[in-house]
Design a protein around this ligand. Sequence first.
Ligand code: DX5
Ligand code: ZN
Length: 227
Amino acid sequence: MAQINPSILSADFARLAEEAKAVEGADWLHVDVMDNHFVPNLTLGVPIVEALSKATDTPLDCHLMIEDADRWAPSYVEAGAGSVTFHAEAAAAPVRLAREIRAKGARASMALKPATPIEPYEDLLPELDMLLIMTVEPGFGGQAFLDIMLPKIRRTRELISKHGLELWLQVDGGVSATTIERCAEAGADVFVAGSAVYGAADPAAAVRDLRALADVATAAAPWACDH
Ligand code: DX5
Ligand code: ZN
């Protein structure tokens, strides 16, 4: 079944605990950490992740859009994140970092900006629990989905099948009721949605609707025929 991860970047930051509860049927809560260096925006860090992990039972999916990921990512596992995503472009030693995240007890994930190809990372995929393909330039919520990323999603799904990996394939950026089916058809199975969930009148219903759309599209997708 498709996993839907609402992004709290689009939530009310003054009411984070309530906003987390508003999407309790979600699989993970997506937490965007930005440092104003890797991306031109500043959001939150370790203390808020720590507080949020105590305030909700939904596991936290921390997406680190920060420089020097090697130094900072392990702190997010200690803060309570169940999954930690670092950017390939910001990690000096991605294999060592993924192993450290796993050793500390979280799922290890790596993200690729739109201009970063998947091919150089083919041999690293067994070290990861999830690969995140950005479908916007990272930094802000509410941007338009980049259709030009669909071939990369397809190629990544092919690599996952070729190597028989248990790797989740996440998409993030512009995912909504009008774009989620294209992502699922291309091979994504974990979907981050910020504005499409928190911009809806009923965020919990938006999560259910998105999951239903993704599930139908996945069932019809060639890559999922053996699932
Ligand atoms: C953008 C963030 C996303 C953002 C998605 O850099 O990584 O997680 O919250 O927001 P929407 O779904 O509104 O594009
Ligand atoms: Zn994100």
